[in-house]
Ligand binder design. Structure first.
Ligand code: NAD
Length: 260
């Protein structure tokens, strides 16, 4: 289905991004992986994608937290893959603190990666998509792109921004064969969330699995984690013809979180 398509997935060395990269590759797309981590482990992930799915997979070690970095990921990806047909903006970080004591440096870092990088990669990728008349931009926002929680000022502001930015890009490119949508996951048990579970376990003096259940029961009515593979399934769907008219929307996979 995605043979001859080239996909860049930011933050794809772990968690949701890795599952999306593998999901797109399983349908034939060539892949650029991006993100941080142990070089040998990343190389293993890259080679596994090539061997398992018979596609090309490259890894670009680019820090997206500066405008130059984010834009250069797209130019480097275009060099190695020949195009960027599918852009999945997934890289993200978290920091929790009350607003009055939220460190300025953490605010800047979360906004730079979770929001500004999405703008920069999108702006850099659009002209070639417009020339081709086909493109998919998929932004991994969050339930926190639709509703808020305490102590997440930067994250909630950034993710609401991503939902808004997705709508603007959708409108500007409507009818051009380019769609732009956001996916809004609830809790997915990745390293990003594991850190929050560990902090909750410490703060509440309970074991890790009890803390994981506490985290779910506060927000996610299904009391089950969303899996990275389920997010990947939604991203793959957004690349199919069935989703040609799906643009400017946000798709929640949150076990009922935002239905309340
Ligand atoms: P993760 O920590 O497992 O993965 C984050 C990825 O981003 C990693 O590959 C990391 O190396 C990369 N990254 C971090 N800083 C980077 C930088 N400066 N430049 C380039 N790459 C960088 O996290 P995850 O849970 O898989 O999160 C992926 C996305 O999903 C994030 O945008 C997150 O906000 C969103 N999300 C996660 C959940 C959840 O419950 N896990 C819920 C909703 C939304």
């Amino acid at each position: 289905m995605l043979t001859n398509k080239a996909a860049v997935v930011t933050g794809s060395t772990s968690g949701i991004g890795l599952a999306i990269a593998r999901g797109l590759a399983s349908h034939g797309a060539d892949i650029v992986l991006n993100g941080f981590g142990n070089a040998r482990e990343i190389e293993k992930l890259r080679v596994n994608i090539e061997l398992e799915f018979d596609v090309k997979a490259h890894y670009l070690n680019v820090d997206l937290s500066t405008p130059e970095g984010a834009r250069s990921l797209i130019s480097q990806a275009t060099d190695v893959l020949g195009a960027v047909d599918i852009l999945v903006n997934n890289a993200g970080i978290q920091h929790t603190d009350p607003t009055e004591s939220f460190p300025v440096e953490r605010w800047d870092a979360v906004i730079a990666l979770n929001l500004s990088a999405v703008f920069h990669t999108t702006a850099a990728a659009l002209p070639k998509m417009q020339e081709k008349g086909w493109g998919r931009i998929i932004n991994i926002a969050s339930a926190h792109g639709l509703v808020a929680s305490e102590h997440k000022a930067a994250y909630v502001a950034a993710k609401h921004g991503v939902v808004g930015l997705s709508k603007v890009v959708a409108l500007e490119n409507a009818g051009n064969g380019i769609t732009c949508n956001a996916i809004c996951p609830g809790w997915v048990r990745t390293p990003l969330v594991e850190a929050q579970i560990v902090a909750l376990a410490k703060g509440s003096e309970v074991d890790i699995e009890t803390a994981a259940k506490m985290l779910l029961s506060e927000k996610q009515p299904s009391l089950q984690f969303v899996t990275p593979e389920q997010i990947a399934g939604a991203a793959v769907f957004m690349c199919t013809e069935a989703a040609d008219q799906m643009t400017g929307t946000s798709l929640s996979l949150d076990g009922g979180w935002t239905a309340r």
